[in-house]
Design a protein around this ligand. Structure first.
Ligand SMILES: [Zn+2]
Length: 280
């Protein structure tokens, strides 16, 4: 999940740093940098050291240096130890500079380089430290010939990177006409042209993964993976297999029957010529 170690923050409008940590999770929700909204400002906390976090950039999804949005600790809490403090490389004295164009978020374009493979908290289980590889200019540091970029005032637009189907679902209305590039596909198309209704599913569909949506007709709890029945054309159905712990996290289960679900994956056919979708 990118180069940033804090993959999610705890949002709790009723808690402040200093209150018993056990109360932090009560009435709280987990937010990823891409789910962050302005009203959460000042109300998000590090799941490891519980100090307040900020999101960078605070309003848009792409920073001026074309970095993807990420959480960071507040400098005023730097003295609180945390496994998720970014390690700063020793500063270098940059003697050369280069004019570059600032990057700016292009609201008409989103990229999905790769879907998140795990929920955000899974990425924080290990104690992996992340080193900041950006520029750390120190006039006292060792002289480097490497070039430091300086902005010349003009701007390059870049699409922000997103990693979850959930983000698409939550912002569907606003995203329908936004251009998307999905993993492994070259073309950028408006989201509305990338959505694939399961009603349109035919026997000759290729194994190329698609962003499907369809009506949920059944849900079956099973030992290894839960099975969802999705309405296809006429009296045909397809089945999606999902992991129980991930379903619980999304409150996805029998209560969701009758609703529409969106999922990304490729279609496989079993011996009975039933459709199975391998969700990625
Ligand atoms: Zn922390």
């Amino acid at each position: 999940m990118g180069n940033y170690s804090i993959t999610y923050a705890i949002y709790n409008p009723k808690w402040t740093y200093g209150i018993d940590e056990r109360l932090l999770k009560i009435g709280a929700s987990e937010v990823t940098p891409e789910e962050y909204e302005q009203y959460m400002h000042g109300l998000i906390f590090c799941p490891k050291c519980f100090t307040p976090l900020s999101r960078n950039p605070s309003k848009k999804n792409v920073s001026k240096n074309a970095k993807t949005a990420h959480f960071r600790h507040l400098p005023s809490f730097k003295h609180i130890p945390c496994a998720y403090h970014t390690i700063q490389k020793e500063g270098l004295n940059y003697v050369n500079d280069e004019l570059t164009r600032e990057t700016e978020e292009d609201g008409h374009f989103k990229r999905v380089k790769e879907w998140a493979k795990l929920p955000p908290e899974e990425y924080m289980k290990g104690d992996k430290k992340v080193t900041y590889n950006g520029i750390n200019h120190d006039p006292e540091g060792e002289i480097t010939e490497e070039v430091i970029p300086r902005h010349n005032g003009s701007k390059v637009k870049v699409g922000s990177n997103i990693e979850t189907v959930q983000y698409i679902c939550w912002n569907l209305d606003a995203l329908l006409n936004v251009g998307f590039s999905l993993p492994g596909k070259q073309a950028t198309l408006p989201l509305k042209d990338l959505l694939y209704s399961t009603q349109m599913l035919r026997r000759d569909i290729s194994e190329e993964p698609q962003l499907f949506y369809g009506k949920m007709k059944g849900f079956h709890y099973q030992a290894f993976s839960n099975r969802t029945k999705i309405q296809c054309h006429g009296n045909k159905f397809m089945y999606i297999y999902t992991k129980n712990e991930l379903d619980e996290r999304r409150s996805y289960g029998a209560d969701s029957i009758g609703r529409y679900v969106m999922f990304y994956g490729s279609v496989k056919w079993d011996e009975q010529k039933k459709t199975i979708c391998h969700v990625r």
